[in-house]
Structure formats: C-alpha cells, structure tokens
Ligand binder design. Structure first.
Ligand code: GAR
Length: 195
C-alpha cells in the first residue's frame, strides 16, 4: 500500500477517517502536527507514530519548513495529506513533496480560499458550498483541484453546523480520492505478468 503521512492542527476527524478507512491502496504511516493538537491522540491510540514541529521552536519560517520537510521525509511517504493543517507550507516541503501533497478544504475552490472558508461562504449567502481536495502549490488554496463535492447551505445554518455537514462529506471525499490516487500510482506488491 501507498505510505501516507497526514498533517493536522486540530480535531483530526479527517485524519481519523483516513486511519480507519481500511483500504488496501494506502496506509497512514505517521501523523504530524505544528502543535500538540487533539487529533494526535487518535494516532497514538492506534500506535501510529506522531511528530510535532512547532513554528515557535524555530528562528524563522524557512528553518521551520525545512524541519517539517525532514520530519515528513523520515517516514518515506508516497503521499502527504494536509487535513486541517492550518499553516502554509514553505519551499522545502513543496520541493520535497510537490505533486504528491494533497490538501482538503471546506469550500468549493476557487470560492472561499483561506482559513475561514465556512464563515465566508455563509457571509456571502451562497446556497451551495462543499469540500475540495486539491494538490498543494505555493499559493493559498490555489493548486489543481482533484475532486469536489457539494453541500447545501440550509436555513438556520451557523458556522459550526454547516462545517459539521461539510466535514461529513469531506471525510468520504478525501478517503475515496486518496484511494483512487494511491491505486493509480503505487505499484502493487504482486509481480507483473510479462506479456
Ligand atoms: C476540515 O474541514 C478542513 O478542510 C479544514 O479544517 C477542517 C479540519 O477538520 N481545513 C482548512 O480550513 C484549511 N484551510 P478536522 O480537524 O476535524 O479533521
């Protein structure tokens, strides 16, 4: 199976869904964070290795980014998934993992990029928002879209309620998308039959 490192900053419900997915195409080999995030607990309970690389432990973002790239690389991932990781990646992470670094975002990009996507969608009065899985590039939520799923905005929605419904859709979208990508790109353990 493809080796997946998941990065998070918060609750980690998306990470938990990836660890519980039980798809033969991928396995979560480590979970990293930029702080002692609550989401690390689920990994520790499963015996999945964790690492924490706080920005405050480094003199600047460049050295933090280099340390993060090293911590990720130590687990030799085929794919890296940013699942509620709330910091922007720098040049070292992008150089090492560009093209196999996925982010999941709680809006239909290019609509509502940034850290407050759910709040911004509510404020704009849209009737449909959703979730996006995309490849990460140097911009803020700008990389190529891989998959999207819509979620209706319902009367009476507040940010928490709408975000909970988006995350329910987002968990399925992320697991299915990673399954598709990992199946397509990771050589199977079976020997190939020669034509
Ligand atoms: C998810 O909705 C994810 O898309 C969002 O944070 C949530 C994490 O949920 N990420 C961003 O907003 C990134 N800009 P979780 O901690 O329960 O997995």
């Amino acid at each position: 199976p493809a080796r997946v490192v998941v990065l998070l900053s918060g609750t980690g419900s998306l990470c938990a869904a990836l660890m519980a997915a039980d798809r033969p195409s991928f396995t979560v080999v480590a979970v990293g964070a930029d702080r002692e995030a609550p989401g690390l607990a689920a990994a520790r309970e499963r015996g999945v290795p964790t690492f924490v690389v706080p920005l405050a432990d480094h003199p600047d973002r460049v050295s933090w980014d280099a340390a993060l790239a090293g911590a990720i690389a130590a687990h030799r991932p085929d794919w890296v998934v940013s699942a509620g990781f709330m910091k922007l990646f720098g040049p070292a992470v992008l150089a090492a993992f560009g093209g196999r670094l996925l982010n999941t975002h709680p809006a239909l990009l290019p609509a509502f990029p940034g850290a407050h996507a759910v709040r911004d969608a509510l404020a704009a009065g849209v009737t449909t928002t959703g979730a996006t899985v995309h490849l990460v590039d140097a911009g803020v939520d700008t990389g190529p879209v891989v998959a999207q799923a819509p979620v209706p905005v319902l009367p009476g929605d507040d940010e928490a309620r709408l975000h909970d419904r988006i995350k329910a859709v987002e968990r399925v979208l992320l697991v299915d998308t990673l399954d598709d990508l990992a199946s397509a790109t990771t050589p199977s353990d079976q020997p190939r039959s020669t034509p």
